[in-house]
Write a protein of this length. Structure first.
Length: 242
């Protein structure tokens, strides 16, 4: 969060691309995350936030948040060269989707709780690019293997290890996709995607999802290697909503 309560992203601060986050092992550890960045000492982010409750904005949504700690905020402020705080969303805070023909609870994500890409679609894109990209560049929750390129455009409902996910829209990509590992904002791969993946004003790649709560099965969870079942498809590709 910036000093004015606004959300900060790679759109304004491409150097955020160089921040690396990993989980620390051990369920009893006081620290939850290890954060690293060029020229900075490793940062341990505590599992329980220590700062005050605040109000922040994500696009047009106001939501409650809690500052993690002054030490953590100072680390991010130094690396990004701007006054900012790392925030945590408390369990009792609620932020709902707005402006779309479907609704789901959100944390700090832009507009949907789940996002998937497939390895075969990324591989197809790479046949058109000089600078190769990987699935992680699209910042998904789920990366799926197998199938045909862009088959996911027509999925409506999938099951991942018993967790039902409704595919609600194609993801309209923004300029964050063009930020390189060395924090430069270029033209690719968005320019290439625009040549064959544009629908109206949206340049589409990947699918956004929400949990199919009405199909929830107790004891289900997501994990690496879980089989995926496509339960519903459509002849019409998923749209992108503003």
């Amino acid at each position: 969060m910036g000093s004015g309560g606004e959300t900060l992203t790679q759109r304004q601060l491409p150097q955020m691309r160089q921040i690396r986050v990993s989980l620390l092992p051990g369920t009893d550890a006081q620290d939850a995350l290890l954060v690293e960045a060029p020229g900075m000492p490793p940062l341990r982010v505590p599992r329980s936030p220590q700062g005050p409750l605040l109000q922040t904005h994500i696009w047009n949504d106001a939501t409650a948040a809690q500052s993690v700690s002054p030490t953590v905020s100072a680390w991010f402020s130094a690396f990004l060269n701007t006054d900012c705080q790392l925030l945590y969303m408390p369990d009792d805070a609620e932020r709902a989707q707005s402006g779309k023909p479907f609704s789901s609870l959100l944390s700090f994500a832009d507009g949907n709780p789940f996002h998937l890409v497939t390895e075969v679609s990324v591989a197809d894109l790479n046949t058109r690019l000089a600078r190769q990209v990987c699935a992680g560049d699209f910042r998904p929750n789920l990366v799926l293997s197998g199938g045909l390129p862009y088959a996911e455009d027509h999925w409506r409902l999938i099951s991942v290890g018993g967790v039902a996910l409704r595919v609600v829209e194609s993801c309209a990509r923004c300029g964050v996709l063009n930020v390189t590992d060395d924090a430069r904002a270029g033209a690719e791969p968005l320019r290439t995607l625009a040549g064959y993946r544009r629908q109206g004003q949206a340049i589409q790649f990947g699918q956004n999802m929400m949990q199919g709560a009405d199909l929830y099965r107790a004891g289900s969870f997501l994990q690496v290697g879980t089989p995926v079942m496509v339960l519903e498809t459509s002849d019409i590709a998923n749209p992108s909503y503003p």
